[in-house]
Design a protein around this ligand. Structure first.
Ligand SMILES: [Zn+2]
Length: 299
């Protein structure tokens, strides 16, 4: 009888945890691969389980999300978080590194540490505002400190953890100073960075170019992924690439036509319409998109 009871307890505790038990904000992508985002436009936090520990891809929109993600990790695995991979250095992807490191080793592309150091004061201010606005967030913000990447790679890095292989691929001039796509070749899952988004206008900073963004999308599409996870927005398929390419094609076509008609950049900004994308978030970023399109069509 005692043996049976022990056997039942062992069987029950060995049952695989169901995605719905992880709360409404977690999506199971593949066996052992989960993505958390509390809101539709938040950055994605990914948790990948391996036989040799957990690998995180980004650590959350805010420290509150990082704590929530850590809670999910603890439900999924008794093993430590071994590595954190940054798809970009901005604090809405990296502010929660301190929740996982130590022991996690943080990996990013060259330039990430410098970008984070420059943004350090801004990140402190962002945390201060969050604590003031949301008293519930204060606990999660406790112990905050900036963790700069321990490893900065150049161009390409292959990371083998347990049974999984992570290919880190640098994407040039697509969103930040150090954007990393992460490709799991066996699982055919791709983390595509903020080079792409889901129903969201990109923030095209002055050093970025639309031809570079389009080249990166082409490079990522050539990997032939089955699952595509953008920096922000619901995980999907290569339809995410289709939609971004459609957006840039229409933007370049319209800005090009207006420029050929002799309109100035200011006139174009005032007159251009993109009704197909009216439901996208972040409309305040659209003028930066017109600037980039103007540069692209003017050569
Ligand atoms: Zn960003």
């Amino acid at each position: 009888m005692r043996y049976v009871l022990v056997a039942i307890v062992a069987w029950v505790t060995a049952l695989p945890i169901k995605a719905q038990d992880l709360g409404p904000h977690v999506r199971k992508i593949r066996d052992g691969i989960f993505v958390y985002a509390a809101k539709a436009q938040d950055s994605n936090v990914s948790m990948i389980l391996t036989k040799e520990g957990v690998v995180m891809i980004d650590t959350g929109q805010t420290p509150v999300d990082s704590s929530a993600a850590m809670g999910v990790v603890k439900k999924l695995s008794s093993q430590p978080v071994r590595f954190v991979i940054h798809t970009e250095p901005h604090d809405d992807h990296t502010v929660g590194d301190f929740v996982f490191s130590p022991p996690a080793v943080v990996i990013a592309h060259a330039g990430a540490g410098e970008s984070m150091r420059k943004a350090a004061a801004g990140t402190l201010e962002r945390n201060r505002k969050q604590a003031a606005e949301y008293p519930d967030a204060r606990g999660a913000l406790e112990g905050y400190r900036q963790i700069l990447p321990h490893i900065e790679y150049q161009q390409k890095l292959t990371l083998n953890v347990g049974e999984r292989t992570f290919d880190l691929i640098y994407l040039k001039n697509v969103h930040s100073e150090a954007d990393t796509a992460v490709w799991l070749p066996k699982e055919r899952v791709l983390w595509a960075t903020a080079a792409v988004g889901v129903k969201r206008y990109p923030n095209i900073r002055p050093f970025l170019t639309i031809p570079d963004i389009l080249a990166s999308i082409k490079l990522m599409r050539a990997l032939n992924p089955e699952v595509v996870i953008a920096g922000h927005g619901a995980p999907g398929t290569t339809q995410i690439f289709d939609e971004m390419e459609r957006y840039y094609a229409l933007l370049l076509e319209r800005v090009g036509r207006m420029a050929r008609d002799g309109k100035s950049l200011e006139q174009i900004k005032a007159e251009i319409k993109m009704p197909e994308f009216d439901d996208w978030a972040g409309k305040e970023r659209f003028p930066s998109n017109v600037d980039a399109a103007w540069k692209a069509v003017k050569g």
